[in-house]
Design a protein. Sequence first.
Length: 322
Amino acid sequence: MSDHPGHPVERAGSPAGTATDPTAGFAGNVGTPVTTPMTGQTERADWIGMPGERPPRLGFFTDTSVCIGCKACEVACKEWNQVPADAGPSGSGSTRMADLDLLGMSYDNTGDLGANTWRHVAFVESHHRTGPRKGDVRWLMSSDVCKHCTHAACLDVCPTGALLRTEFDTVYVQPDICNGCGYCVPACPYGVIDIRPEDGRAFKCTLCYDRTKDGLTPACAQACPTESIQFGPLDELRERADRRLEQLHGAGVAEAQLYGRDPDDGVGGDGAFFLLLDEPETYGLPPDPVVTTRDLPAMWKRAALAAAGLAAAVAASFLGRT
């Protein structure tokens, strides 16, 4: 049995068996709100083709308090994006059971995000730190993904332009332009993007750009049975997350917190943010992520000053000899 608190998703005004279009109601973009059957299909937005104005920023809000660890999001991501099999740390890519290098970590045999794992559901064994169940063992389950940072270091360091920002402010990798240099890998403060061993190029979550640009819900969010993964305009998701956090705190879940929601953090806020039931480190997330290229302007300025000083010293030495 799960000890997760209640369900956060508000569906006021939506009849059973329908889902509110995540792109409905954008002023000047999609017109009147619509509801569609639970198939993930949404009405095509007015911005598809030649937009009159920039569409709103889209993203994910992942509420880990209702994640049941089913890994449907992992499977849906691989199925839709045709991501190769990746069992264990060596990424064997084989579909033969005899070849799979299973981690032996409960039901989590993907281990972490990588070039062949764009969604990863972590199973974290922890303990209640407060309340009447303090000290009791619990499972914390969380579906991790690329954060689509506001200030994305991977974009800053890519020499070929393979990494770009879409019209929805998501970060997208163009495999046909990637030269496999790997600069983006250490640049990411979350350790998300990675090089595919058998391919040599970088891959990560695209936030299903091929779906979102056609008005479809990303595959992972569409497959999530508890709606732990929620998709839509980022501003609306932040408001929804604030209400959910207030609800949990009111229910006595004092350790609940939002991660990546703050636009003033070290990466300017994440396009994919989370509600956590413990400290970020418990989930393997950095507590205070900072864009790794933050100090590059100052470093280049100092390097330029040093080079100018060296050139002046060399010139002075030659002039002194004459």
